[in-house]
Design a binder for this molecule. Structure first.
Ligand code: ZN
Ligand code: ZN
Length: 368
């Protein structure tokens, strides 16, 4: 993925200065992808991207230097196995003006042995994670990121339809997942996960797709995602095999109304927890509150699940350009589960759904 590193560094420095952060330290991670468009392989050899008020530097293991050099013009401070990273690290830190840093923002995915280099060098500095700086910027997607997410969403729609078309009594969950996976691969977006949960298995939100055979009267939860162009997809739809189980139609419509309530609540300036509350209220008022056992959604971008999390406790103020899932569910132990999930991008006037696929149940459903 190509990114405009110069523009993103400028945005990041503006945000750092507003937040009083004078050093941002990144490990090979989605944060690094966002800023420079790639990351060297993560291994036990310390590799850091340090961003100071005016300069930036890569602490780079020698064996990764040549490959990485093709991807960035940022100065490298290379260290080899026979010398170790400390001297190169000290030099890199000094050259970004980090030696006197008073507030360091750490990539929250950083290995503790990498972080220890910084903690040892800056014992008195205030420490935080990047959620107020780089993480904050990453939540708002630009049009190129939107285009990649949209492309992935449409591929996932077609993979879902391939799954729908293949549903037959007697096939296993794994066989159905394999058909979906083949479709993702055929479109160049390898599948990253598939939760295919049939009948009573649907009551487990993170069911491990297995050998259960689809049977007449099963509700089928299909939560799938692939990845291409550096971005993922994530969508959940429902199908039934033949006649829907008793009570299915009513519960599906409650979950659908919860999705719509969340869509209506999601506006720039609203807190993430108010979107969660809107979905939860519909389900609780219908008497199924205890069966909605997870948050309403999660942000989505380079890293898959990422902020903003749409939870009952999140104070994150939603803003234009944020991308997140809305995925309420009701899980009835021993019988079935129903989850409906869409990924949205927040626009000035409300959310735009990336998928073009109806949330109606697929199959020859006779509402139970
Ligand atoms: Zn999701
Ligand atoms: Zn999902």
């Amino acid at each position: 993925m190509t990114v405009d590193t110069k523009a993103r560094l400028a945005e990041l420095r503006e945000r750092m200065s507003a937040q009083g952060v004078d050093l941002v330290a990144l490990a090979p991670s989605p944060h690094m992808d966002w800023l420079v468009g790639f990351h060297p392989m993560l291994c036990e050899r310390p590799c850091l991207l340090l961003v100071g008020p005016e300069h930036e530097a890569f602490l780079m293991p020698a064996l990764n230097a040549e490959g990485a050099r093709e991807s960035t013009a940022i100065p490298f401070y290379v260290w080899s196995d026979d010398v170790g990273p400390r001297a190169a690290f000290a030099e890199a830190l000094a050259n970004v003006g980090g030696t006197a840093a008073r507030h360091v923002a750490f990539d929250e995915t950083m290995r503790i042995d990498f972080a220890m280099l910084l903690l040892d060098a800056l014992p008195g500095a205030k420490r935080s994670f990047t959620d107020d700086t780089l993480g904050y910027l990453r939540m708002r997607k630009d049009e190129r990121e939107y285009a990649a997410l949209k492309k992935n969403a449409l591929i996932a729609d077609r993979a879902m339809q391939a799954g729908f078309a293949a549903i037959r009594p007697g096939m296993t969950e794994s066989e159905l997942a394999a058909i979906i996976s083949d479709h993702f691969s055929a479109e160049g977006a390898p599948m990253q996960f598939a939760v295919v949960a049939t009948g009573p298995n649907g009551a487990f939100p993170h069911h491990h797709t297995g050998d259960r055979k689809l049977a007449e009267g099963d509700a089928v939860v299909m939560d799938i995602g692939g990845r291409t162009d550096g971005f993922p997809s994530d969508i959940t739809r429902m199908a039934v095999v033949g006649r829907a189980p008793e009570g299915y139609g009513e519960i599906h419509s409650i979950v659908e109304r919860a999705v719509q309530a969340a869509l209506k609540a999601a506006r720039p300036g609203v807190l993430a927890r108010d979107v969660d509350a809107a979905a939860r209220k519909v389900i609780t008022d219908a008497g199924y509150g205890e069966y909605f056992v997870h948050r309403t959604g999660h942000g989505m971008g380079i890293g898959g699940h990422e902020p903003p999390y749409i939870t009952a406790t999140s104070d994150t103020e939603l803003a234009e350009g944020m991308v997140f899932s809305i995925e309420p569910g009701i899980y009835i132990p021993g019988r079935f589960g129903i989850r409906l999930e869409d990924i949205v991008i927040l626009r000035a006037d409300g959310p735009e759904i990336l998928s073009g696929l109806s949330r109606d149940v697929y199959g020859a459903a006779i509402p139970g």
